[in-house]
Design a protein around this ligand. Structure first.
Ligand code: FES
Length: 315
């Protein structure tokens, strides 16, 4: 779906907040705490961002974007995106949900890994649940949402931990996780070093109480940088007909424009709704989900293009 950047705000050093809304001010698809969306930050380049606003809000999605010094993706949002611009955004997807049955929730965030926890905290406050957030960052000025969380810190529900960039001064997760309090679920999200440290320190925790989400740093990003978009044709072998796909449209949109029904959802190569078998031609894959075996038989009509002039589809 296309969403408009309603506002951009400074959250911390190298971190900007983007508020995204429907261009016609309609409600957005619902999301649950811990969900993320994929954003097309450049042609062929998707990045995942956790939604950090209250899931009860229907009119906006908020994401926090750390500037990517390696030059993949997020820096484009920092340098090029402006309020009023349209962005292509997937439907929300949640791979990091809150447990329904827990006596208490402990959350450990590292840096920009704070984002899913902001939505979780809104939800946990609504549930009047018992929670505590341990929030690790380099320094106060690099701590997004610090003001919002300060009140909770004063109430003893948030602990800030600053390491000054020295891993030796990081949060002592071994001591923290030594005794799993009964009924406690643990959630953690942050850079790889923190994730590894928490996983090592919590090997004796019951597996069903452990929840984590690896955020993709620059090295883990899937750049999917692609060549120039050229027009091609699709041949529908079952129903007959050959249709032009213009350089600036997907197969799905081209077919729809020419009266052929195609189901799509995210339109970002992300959800699999538009999965279609192909029978001839050489696809130019630009998705995030098909593995090599899938790619021998299927394409995603929302994003796959063709390397040759014609692609034959089993439609
Ligand atoms: S519509 Fe979601 S992958 Fe194509």
């Amino acid at each position: 779906m296309q969403l408009r950047i309603r506002s951009i705000s400074y959250l911390a050093e190298d971190v900007l907040g983007f508020e995204l809304t429907d261009p016609n001010e309609h409600d957005l698809p619902r999301f649950t705490a811990g969900a993320h969306v994929a954003v097309r930050v450049a042609p062929g380049l998707l990045r995942d961002y956790s939604l950090c606003n209250d899931p009860a809000e229907r009119r906006r999605y908020c994401i926090a974007v750390l500037k990517d010094r390696e030059g993949h993706g997020s820096n484009r949002l920092h340098e090029q995106a402006r309020p009023g611009d349209l962005l292509e955004v997937s439907w929300p997807r949640n791979l990091f949900p809150l447990a329904d049955q827990a006596e208490r929730h402990w959350m450990i965030a590292g840096g920009i890994g704070i984002t899913p926890f902001m939505a979780m905290i809104a939800e946990l406050k609504r549930r009047r649940a018992d929670f505590h957030l341990y929030y690790c960052s380099r320094a106060p000025e690099r701590t997004a949402f610090r003001d919002e969380l300060s009140l909770l810190a004063a109430m003893g529900r948030v602990t800030f931990h600053y390491d000054g960039g020295d891993p030796a001064k990081g949060l002592d997760v071994t001591a923290l996780l030594k005794e799993p309090p009964p009924g406690t679920h643990l959630y953690y999200c942050g850079p790889v070093g923190l994730m590894d440290a928490v996983a090592r320190a919590a090997t004796h925790w019951p597996p069903r109480t452990m929840h984590c989400e690896y955020f993709k740093g620059p090295a883990a990003a899937i750049p999917e940088m692609v060549g120039e978009d050229l027009p091609f044709r699709v041949r529908l072998v079952k129903s007959g007909g050959e249709y032009e796909v213009r350089a600036d449209e997907s197969i799905a949109r081209a077919l729809r424009r020419q009266g052929v029904r195609v189901d799509t959802s995210c339109e970002l190569g992300y959800c699999g709704t538009c999965l279609t078998r192909y029978v001839s031609g050489e696809p130019d894959f630009r998705d995030q989900i098909l593995n090599p075996a899938d790619r021998k038989r299927f394409i995603l009509t929302c994003c796959t293009r063709a390397k040759g002039e014609v692609l034959g589809l089993d439609l």
